[in-house]
Design a binder for this molecule. Structure first.
Ligand SMILES: CC(C)(COP(=O)(O)OP(=O)(O)OC[C@H]1O[C@@H](n2cnc3c(N)ncnc32)[C@H](O)[C@@H]1OP(=O)(O)O)[C@@H](O)C(=O)NCCC(=O)NCCS
Length: 168
């Protein structure tokens, strides 16, 4: 039930201001209730600066995708290959007004299809982000373990989830 006219393609440099804007909007909608507006603004300004997004676009061996309806970027994802050949999903965000109509599912499938030889997919999700955890469980991920991002104590409390892929 993916919306008609949904296009998924590699992100390009010209997309980055719109990608940044949709990430900031979606981060506030997702995390203000957990961390508060100010902390979310600090994190999203740092992580989603145009410089950081441009560096991610240049990274070899990764996927950085956008989903569009017409001219509007409605979702974005990124993933990379880990040393153990796992596909690590590093970002999956759908604009709030487009959530719940199948875009996240389609974008996740296309993102993981970029890694046809990966035996497993992994991701980290904020432990209080219950809608996302329910979505990933629906997509076949299971809870692997609880961790702190980067192993640090001052960063979000995350859950690691994993899904077996059927690589050859
Ligand atoms: C989580 C997110 C990526 C899911 O994308 P989406 O486009 O809203 O989800 P879809 O419409 O593709 O849903 C796919 C399936 O998951 C289910 N699902 C989605 N959200 C769900 C929820 N909150 N609870 C239970 N099931 C859910 C849907 O019912 C659907 O299942 P079905 O069609 O098999 O019945 C999206 O809502 C989002 O960007 N949320 C805010 C940001 C975020 O939390 N990102 C993840 C950070 S790790």
């Amino acid at each position: 039930m993916t919306p008609d006219g949904l296009i998924i393609r590699d992100a390009e440099t010209a997309d980055l201001p719109a990608v940044r804007a949709m990430l900031v909007e979606t981060w506030h909608a997702t995390y203000d209730g957990i961390y508060g507006w100010r902390r979310v603004a600090e994190i999203t300004n740092a992580w989603h600066s145009l410089e950081n997004l441009a560096a991610q676009l240049e990274r070899e061996g990764g996927a950085f995708l956008v989903a569009l309806i017409g001219e509007e970027i409605v979702a974005t994802s990124s993933a990379r290959l880990e040393p153990d050949r796992a596909a690590l999903l590093t970002r999956l965000y759908v604009l709030p007004q487009y959530q719940g109509v199948g875009i996240g599912r389609t974008l996740l499938q296309v993102t993981l299809a970029c890694f046809p030889h990966a035996p497993v997919a992994r991701l980290e999700v904020e432990s209080q982000n219950e809608p996302a955890i329910a979505f990933y469980e629906r997509m076949g991920f299971f809870l692997q373990r609880q961790a702190r991002f980067d192993g640090r104590e001052d960063t979000p409390n995350t859950l690691m989830m994993a899904k077996r892929l059927f690589a050859e």
